[in-house]
Design a protein around this ligand. Structure first.
Ligand SMILES: Cc1ncc(COP(=O)(O)O)c(C=O)c1O
Length: 384
């Protein structure tokens, strides 16, 4: 296939533009971002920028930010690494693109969660990977299903499976690492919103359990700060740092240095940890409100299930209902509610709508649920 055709085909349907008022996926509430503190840091840096911040920088990222990220990932996610293993990237998306370029050859097989994240599928397919879907059960990716697959890599979202929201427990994590060891396969661990856990203790990242150096850990500030910042990080096995740094330099030399210096200071001063704590409390309240509104107004129309992690929940439609049609009707009522089918690799059922609640204020949430109830009341049921 022509490379240009492969890339445009891989990106089809992603990223989507949201139109409605409520329930947009993956969007943090930026109204509570500590702009004052952020502005103070940024304006001081720009008023008298140290000359080294204005020269070409290190393709691996600004050293103090790499140190701050290594410390944060160690405390928050039990990731074990040195700052030299941290590579600052332009969000998870660049991390996935670099991982595919560095570690995969065209036609390599990659196992992916089904349903799964379209951004990952796009990056892997664009690199020429052959995607093998693997079902997700209550424990995450069903490793047993991938038993006979000779894969070069697997892509997983263990903290909060995207989009179903399940968390991979310890036995499944160990089974996945064993599966990868048997095949000498890479594990792409996308830990995109692991900071939002509302009940129970967080599980250690796969990276922290990996004794063989096969996990490529991917973190992002898109969910804990805001997506337009475009800062994420890769934590790679020590022996792969040079190859990833070279790939980063080839792609775009290095990330903007002053932004990195500001973020490093923001983390070092404890402002990131404070912001995460605050938003975790707020999002837990918002999920509880959404569940309560759904219980009162969406009975028989949408069964909205609680979730211990993340920024969205899944609402299950009656057995024969078509979620694409349900989402289209919701949009007509001004509500964003992504259909689960959009994320499936193999067609499947039942249908569900994914409801992002993190950026929805209480009044908007009530309005959104009322509109959703009206939209779904007339939903035809698919037969046979
Ligand atoms: C599964 C998953 N990974 C990663 C991201 C974040 O991507 P980025 O860091 O490129 O903004 C998202 C955002 O929606 C996501 O859903």
């Amino acid at each position: 296939m022509l490379a240009a055709t492969r890339v445009t085909t891989a990106a089809r349907g992603w990223p989507g533009a949201a139109q409605g008022t409520a329930f947009r996926l993956g969007t943090p509430d930026t109204s509570l971002f500590p702009f004052e503190e952020w502005t103070r840091i940024v304006s001081r840096l720009w008023r008298e920028p140290p000359p080294e911040l204005l020269r070409y920088g290190d393709p691996a990222g600004y050293a103090p930010l790499r140190e701050a990220i290594a410390a944060h990932a160690g405390v928050a996610r039990a990731v074990r690494c040195t700052p030299e293993q941290v590579i600052v990237v332009s969000g998870s998306q660049q991390a996935l693109d670099l991982a595919a370029r560095v570690l995969l050859d065209p036609d390599d097989t990659v196992v992916m969660e089904d349903p799964g994240y379209l951004g990952a599928r796009a990056a892997l397919s664009a690199a020429g990977a052959r995607i093998v879907p693997c079902a997700v059960d209550a424990e995450g990716l069903d490793v047993a299903q991938a038993r006979n697959v000779a894969a070069r890599a697997v892509y997983v979202t263990p903290s909060h499976q995207f989009p179903l929201g399940v968390t991979m427990g310890l036995p499944r994590r160990l089974a996945l690492l064993e599966w990868a060891a048997e095949r000498d396969a890479w594990v792409f661990e996308d830990d995109y919103d692991s900071e939002y856990r509302y009940a129970g203790r967080p599980h250690a990242a796969l990276q922290g359990l990996d004794a063989d150096g096969r996990v490529i850990y991917i973190g992002t500030f898109s969910k804990v700060l805001f997506p337009a910042l475009r800062v994420g990080y890769l934590i790679v096995p020590a022996g792969l740092s040079d190859a990833f740094v070279a790939a980063r330099a080839i792609a775009d030399r290095h990330p903007p240095t002053v932004d990195q210096a500001a973020l490093a200071e923001f983390i070092e001063r404890g402002l990131l940890a404070r912001h995460i704590r605050r938003m975790r409390g707020l999002y837990a309240e918002r999920q509880a409100l959404l569940l309560e509104l759904a219980r009162r107004q969406l009975g028989g129309l949408l069964d909205v299930a609680p979730c211990n992690t993340g920024m969205h929940v899944a609402g299950w439609l009656p057995e024969d209902a078509d979620d694409v049609e349900a989402s289209r009707r919701a949009a007509q009522f001004g509500v964003d509610a992504a259909p689960l089918s959009h994320y499936r690799i193999a067609p499947g059922s039942p249908g569900a709508l994914l409801l992002g609640y993190s950026a929805v204020a209480p009044r908007e949430m009530a309005e959104g649920v009322a509109r959703l109830a009206r939209a779904l009341a007339q939903l035809p049921v698919r037969r046979g």
